[in-house]
Design a protein. Structure first.
Ligand code: GDP
Length: 138
């Protein structure tokens, strides 16, 4: 079990002005920010990041959406980070997300669902390395 996970505040939540609200929930959830940046992915970069989903029917929509506006990318630290962060964000489909979760509060649909959270320690490391080098982590 690792103590780090990776997140993105997705373009829908950035556009809606919810960066601050979501960071507030992340801090209140006990996560420490290890690294963070605000950036605008190209379609190619989004395709590379979501390569594991390339065969899924929503891959085109997902990568269009993720390159449609700026995002916030961050590495977060807490005991049991991956699982606890998945609990904090809620189900992929906000209609099925628990009350009090980030997606329940701020996501509109299964595709435009406000935040990303790594699904394993291995992917947390791969995804964090996609965005941050060693000098960008504190
Ligand atoms: P997550 O781990 O909860 O983010 O969910 P997945 O790994 O299953 O999917 C990755 C991302 O793809 C989700 O967060 C959504 O943004 C998107 N996604 C998943 N299912 C669908 C879908 O049915 N339609 C669309 N347009 N996007 C989807």
């Amino acid at each position: 079990m690792s103590n780090r996970t990776f997140t993105m505040i997705k373009p829908d939540a950035v556009k809606a002005g919810n960066i601050g609200n979501i960071l507030q929930m992340i801090n209140a959830g006990g996560f420490r920010i290890v690294a963070m940046k605000y950036l605008f992915l190209t379609k190619q970069q989004a395709e590379k990041f979501y390569e594991v989903h390339a065969a899924r029917p929503f891959y085109g929509e997902l990568t269009e959406f993720m390159s449609s506006g700026p995002i916030v990318a961050a590495i977060l630290e807490k005991g049991n980070a991956v699982a606890d962060f998945r609990t904090l964000i809620g189900a992929t489909n906000p209609a099925q997300a628990e009350e009090g979760t980030i997606r329940k509060k701020y996501a509109a649909s299964i595709g435009e669902n406000a935040v990303h959270g790594s699904d394993s320690d291995e992917n947390a490391a791969i995804e964090g390395n996609f965005f941050f080098n060693g000098l960008e982590r504190f």
